[in-house]
Ligand binder design. Sequence first.
Ligand code: F6P
Length: 362
Amino acid sequence: MSDKKRIGIMTTGGDCSGLNTVIQRLVSAADSRDWSVIGIRGGTDGLYCTPADAVELTPENMPLEFARLSGSILRNGRDGTMNFEEASRQGILKEFNTKLNSALKELNLDTLVLVGGNGSLSLAWGFKEIYSGVKLVCVPKTIDMDVPLTDATIGFNTAVQQLTNFCDQLLLTARSHRRWFVVQAMGRDCGKLALEAGVASGASAILIPEIKFDVTSLIEHIKNAPTDYGVIVVSEGVSLRGHSGKAAEMIARQLSAAGIYCRAEYPEHFQRAGDTTATDRIVAASMADCAVRAIENNETYVMTAMQNGKCRTIALAEFFSHGDLVPDPHIPGIETSNAYVEPDDPLLGVATGLGAYVGEIK
Ligand code: F6P
C-alpha cells in the first residue's frame, strides 16, 4: 500500500501572525515526503461551500518568503457568513455539521490539520461527528494565550512585540505632553498579552481580568509615580463595577476625574499584524514538524503543544479536561476550554518588583 498521503489544512477563528509559517512549513515537509496538501480557504465558510473552496498548496504557490507574513494565505472566514454561531442561531447546526463532514469526505483527506484557537479546538471536541472519516491534528494559534496545556501558541509572541512597539512609541509623545496613555490590550478574558507587553514596555500599571484591582490605589500609584507621564496597559477583559464601556475608557475616566491628564488608546488589530517574530516562527515550525510526525504515526484527535521547549502531541480530551470550562455564549450545549494567568505567574512578581501596579496581589 502506498503511503502517499493527502493532507488538508485550514485556519479558523481570529487570525494572527505565524499562520503562514505553519502552512508553509507543512507544505515543505509534505513535499519532501511526496504527500499532497489541500488548503481549505476561509475556514468552515470554505468547507460549507459546494464544492468546498480548496486549493492544492505546493512550494511554488506557498514559497518560503510568504512564511513571515501576517494573516493567513488561506483566510479565516468572514463575519456574517455561515459558521457555527450562525448555524446555531438559525437552528440548523445538525445540517451544518453534516455538510462539513461530507465536504471533508469528498476532499478525500487522510488527515486534517486544524489551526485554531481554544474556541475552534473546543468545537472540534464538541462536534466529533464532523471529523468522522478523517484524522484530526489540531495546532493551537492565538494572540490570547488562553489554550490549556501548551507553553506557547502561534501568534502570541508577535502580538506581544506589536503591542510593545505601540507602547514604546506612545511613551515618546507622552513625555512631550506630560500625559498618561491607557492602552487597551486584546486577549478576551485572559490577561497574558497585557501582562507580557506591559512588562516589556515598562508600563507603570498593568490591569488584567484575573487580578482584582482598586481604583483608589491605582490613582495613588500614578500620582506618586517618579514621572509625570507613562503607559498603563489594561486588558480588554477588565471590568469596573458600576461602569460600562471599553476597559481603557473606563480607567481613563477614573484617572481624569482624579486630575490625572490621560487618554485611552486602542491598538486593536495592529496586535494581530506584523511580520512574524523569530520566536513565533520557531513555535510554528516546531508545531508543523510535530503535526507531520503525528500524521506519520496515524494519530488523531490530538493537539500539538509546546512543553518545556519541546513540541509533543497531547490528546484533545486532555486539552478539554484541563481548562476552565465556560459555556459558549452563542452555541447552547458547547463549552470552551480556557486557560488564564495564574496568580503565581512569575511576571506578576517581576512587574510589582519593578514598581508597577498590577492590582491587589500579596
Ligand atoms: O481571539 C483573538 C482576538 O483578537 C481577541 O483578542 C479579540 O477580543 C478578538 O479576537 C477580536 O475579534 P474580531 O476581530 O472579531 O473583532
